[in-house]
Design a protein around this ligand. Structure first.
Ligand code: AKB
Length: 312
């Protein structure tokens, strides 16, 4: 049967690029973009777009029926920093949207679901370096709690109802096409904009805060490839660890200085420091590499060059 894909959250940092990638793969008409607000002009003009509130189960079902959707990518979420400001709203959005989509799959109205998890599922008691796939998970943020709970529900729906749901724990994602939306790892994008605009940046994390990160192209490849893998290869139905880079603000600044030698950075940590301190510094993703062949291609200096070349 032909694939018909619905992206929920197509205006966001990942949704925007994922939509265009999938339209390229499956043709524009077969990839329906949706979001609560209009998307970038390239998404709006290249194929179908629907205004859709991810909290509205009936509205999602209508679109699924009207377009004969087979696969849903649920990319709408409230990220870590914003969810700390609006805890109940963050919890509601992140959980309700997931149930809305999982229930459609349980009722056999769609075939396959992609739902993003995050390194935020880990907490201060988790081993910080090379965090294993299976380990202590006591998240300290609302976003992390919602992602960890979501993972449990994904696995439950798979085991109990046979739902084909697939997920990865994204690290901080770095891209230049669409701004990020309220995460703790956003500094690693802001820094490029400021370096190009005025050659200085005040970072909201301290110099030594190492976090797992990845360039967007690698993240899109991972997302598409986990969805293409035969079901028997997807042995983990909560979410896979996924890694590419690990660096701290000082190391990122040094990489930028190779292109902009007079760039300077100073540090003024805010409430996001505590969130970052509760997360891993690096991730062990051996299981994803073994199960479905994940591999990254972009290292720190390559990413820095791509960001600077494109933002200039
Ligand atoms: C955030 O910082 O909240 C996100 C994430 C790591 O999931 N980028």
């Amino acid at each position: 049967m032909e694939k018909r894909i619905l992206i929920i959250g197509a205006s966001g940092q990942i949704g925007n690029e994922l939509t265009m990638y999938l339209r390229n793969m499956y043709s524009n008409q077969n990839v329906i973009a949706s979001d609560i607000r209009e998307a970038s002009s390239i998404v709006m003009e290249s194929g179908p777009f629907e205004i859709l509130d991810a909290m509205n189960a009936k509205a999602i079902e209508e679109i699924v029926t009207n377009y004969k959707i087979t696969d849903v990518y649920l990319m709408a979420a409230m990220l870590s920093a914003t969810a700390e400001k609006y805890p109940i709203k963050g919890w509601d959005l992140n959980m309700t949207s997931l149930f809305n989509v999982l229930n459609l799959a349980k009722d056999k109205k769609i075939e396959k679901v992609f739902w993003p998890s995050s390194i935020a599922v880990f907490g201060p008691t988790t081993p910080k370096i090379n965090t294993p796939q299976h380990t202590i998970m006591e998240p300290a943020t609302v976003y992390g709690i919602s992602k960890q709970t979501g993972e449990r529900w994904c696995e439950y729906y798979h085991k109990r109802y046979g739902v084909d749901v697939r997920s990865i724990r994204y690290p901080g994602l770095i891209s230049y096409k669409t701004p990020p939306g309220g995460g703790t790892t956003d500094y690693a994008i802001e820094i490029f904009h400021k370096a190009i605009e005025n050659k200085k940046y005040t970072c909201f994390l301290n110099a030594q805060t190492a976090l797992p990160m990845m360039f967007m192209d690698d993240a899109i490849n991972a997302t598409v490839n986990i969805m293409l893998a035969p079901p028997q290869k997807i042995k983990i139905r909560n979410a896979y660890n996924l890694a590419a880079l690990s660096f701290n603000p000082q190391e990122l600044a040094a990489s930028i200085q190779k292109h902009i030698p007079d760039f300077t950075i100073n540090y003024k940590p805010d409430f996001r420091q505590a969130i970052a301190d509760s997360w891993p510094a690096s991730i062990d993703d051996a299981v994803a590499r073994k199960d479905w062949g994940w591999q990254h291609t972009i290292d720190l200096d390559k990413m820095t060059k791509i960001m600077i070349d494109n933002l200039k």
